[in-house]
Design a protein around this ligand. Structure first.
Ligand code: FAD
Ligand code: NDP
Ligand code: KYN
Length: 447
């Protein structure tokens, strides 16, 4: 057990509220600040309605005994359903029997986590925006605006869990030798809804993650418990087919009818959402160091914001917390050592999942419509099933294991080189499940 500290967490999002639960279990006094009102009291309208939770997220929830309760709120998706133009729906299993990613509402999850953190004795201060941090003295300043009178708070430790546009990080950026980069991609997103059937059931298969791959854009859909699907349209901001080019209801009709004719009946609703809902941007943010002596550290998106295409942002943020907790158990009251080892271990992993997430847009939006790519996945899967000691597919390593993301990236690149060779075998379409192919893979691994 650590000596009790007076701790502040800036941000009551998913990562901040989980951290509060961990710190209370370690016996600390915890105050969480959020600039927004209490999400339990307002209609939630934050970014992305639902999220995919996978192994790393569940593991972090399990350590503090809340996994079972949260699982009740989630729907398992064990496969991708690809809606390629002019073809029947094609299903691709994510992993082995029993493996799935879980669709969960962000609002429901966040409310539950805040409830649980409060039950553990966390104090929440909503509608209190942090404007300034005195880093050497662990002081926070909150107030109405940048120019208003500020309230001053003194703590022993401060955690920045204040998301992609973190104020705590903003303050850390003013140090010498602090590295920072941000990169916005040219693709934006907009959320749309598919309503349930009249009897309340889902209109599409509710145990699939639906993808409509269309080259440089795509539509995805994840089911919710209430029979709806939250769809996300990922589309370039500018260009021939882009958010900019869809100006009128008629443009939207033509767009949906041209590219998504299999959900034609939904168009009037999709179109309504299209003009009602905002178009949002996506950014990768990297920085280092994440901590300041034994006083301050960043967790979650404030340390590493990534594009959402692997469904790993929250999972990576939750993993930050379980790793931080391991370091607390290891180093006791030596907070500087805890923070240093935490950031050194997590940084390469955060960079790796940033890269993998960026690449997954290409995989989802165009490769899932490419028969060669689908065949290579089939070969890989068969080989992995027969030789689990020799091959774990990249997707499984990221999603269904807790092996380091950096290792997944490295091994994934090496596996891709092998599969590129395998796909060059003449008539691979006919002999994909032959002994020859199996032996070729083994020989390439042993090379
Ligand atoms: C479209 C989209 C889809 C996604 N899908 C997935 C998915 O399927 N799976 C997955 O794992 N991840 C997903 N993510 C990523 C996930 O949303 C983030 O990684 C996660 O929300 C990060 O949590 P956080 O607590 O670090 O930050 P946030 O959730 O951003 O919370 C930060 C909190 O800090 C508060 N705050 C900010 N500034 C201040 C301040 N100055 N003072 C006080 N409070 C402040 C904010 O109000 C907010 O409540 C997705 C992201 C997007 C954009
Ligand atoms: N990895 C990703 O791709 C992520 C993308 N986003 C995107 O970022 C945007 C903001 O997210 P969210 O916090 O949910 O929404 P909000 O718009 O409610 O909050 C954003 C707040 O962050 C601050 N901010 C600082 N710099 C920027 C910037 N360049 N763009 C936007 N806000 C900034 C502003 O606060 P202040 O008053 O201090 O200036 C602003 O009020 C959304 O468009 C979202 O899609 C968000 C998180 C992750
Ligand atoms: N949650 C997301 C949000 C946006 C874009 C993709 C996802 C995914 O989860 C993709 C899934 N992991 C896949 O590879 O099929």
């Amino acid at each position: 057990m650590q000596t009790k500290k007076n701790v502040a967490i800036v941000g009551s999002g998913l990562v901040g509220s989980l951290l509060a639960i961990y710190l209370r279990k370690q016996g600390h006094s915890v105050t969480v600040f959020d600039r927004r009102p209490d999400v339990r009291k307002v209609e939630f309208s934050g970014r992305s309605i639902n999220l995919a939770m996978s192994n790393r997220g569940w593991k972090a929830l399990g350590v503090v005994g809340i996994e079972k309760e949260i699982r009740k709120l989630a729907l398992p998706l064990d496969k991708r359903a690809m809606h390629v133009e002019g073809e029947p729906v094609y299903y691709q299993k994510y992993g082995e029997e029993g493996e799935a990613i879980y669709s969960i509402s962000r609002g429901v999850l966040n409310r539950k986590m805040i409830d649980l953190a409060e039950k553990e004795g966390t104090q929440f201060k909503f509608e209190e925006k942090v404007w300034e941090v005195d880093m050497p003295n662990a002081r926070l300043y909150t107030g109405e605006s940048e120019k208003s009178n500020w309230e001053e708070y003194q703590f022993d430790l401060i955690f920045g869990a204040d998301g992609a546009f973190s104020r705590v990080r903003h303050k850390m950026q003013r140090q010498s030798r602090f590295n920072y980069s941000q990169h916005f991609i040219d693709v934006g997103y907009k959320e749309l809804t598919i309503l349930p059937n009249e009897d309340g059931t889902h209109k599409l298969d509710s145990s699939s993650f639906h993808i409509w791959p269309r080259g440089n854009f795509m539509l995805i859909a994840m089911p919710n418990l209430d029979g709806t699907f939250t769809c996300t349209l990922f589309l370039p901001f500018e260009g021939e087919v882009s958010f900019e080019s869809i100006k009128s209801e008629q443009d939207a009709d033509v767009f949906f009818e041209t590219y998504f004719s299999d959900i034609k009946d939904e168009i009037s609703n999709l179109k309504k959402d299209f003009f009602r809902n905002p178009t949002s941007a996506m950014v990768t943010i990297k920085c280092f160091p994440w901590s300041y002596y034994d006083k301050i550290t960043l967790v979650g998106d404030s340390a590493h914001a990534i594009v959402p295409f692997y469904g790993q942002g929250m999972n990576a943020g939750f993993e930050d917390i379980s790793v931080l907790n391991e370091k607390m158990d290891k180093y006791g009251n030596d907070w500087q050592k805890i923070f240093e080892e935490y950031q050194t271990e997590r940084k390469p992993n955060a960079d790796a999942i940033a890269e993998l997430s960026y690449r997954n847009f290409m995989e989802m939006s165009s490769k899932t419509a490419d028969p060669k790519f689908l065949l290579s996945k089939k070969i890989e899967k068969k080989f992995a099933q027969e030789h689990p000691d020799l091959w774990t597919p990249l997707y499984s390593r990221v999603t269904f294991s807790d092996k380091a993301y950096s290792e997944a990236l490295k091994i994934g690149d090496y596996q891709r080189e092998i599969m590129d060779e395998v796909m060059k075998i003449p008539n691979i379409e006919e002999k994909w499940d032959s002994r020859e192919v199996e032996e070729k893979i083994i020989s390439l691994i042993r090379k």
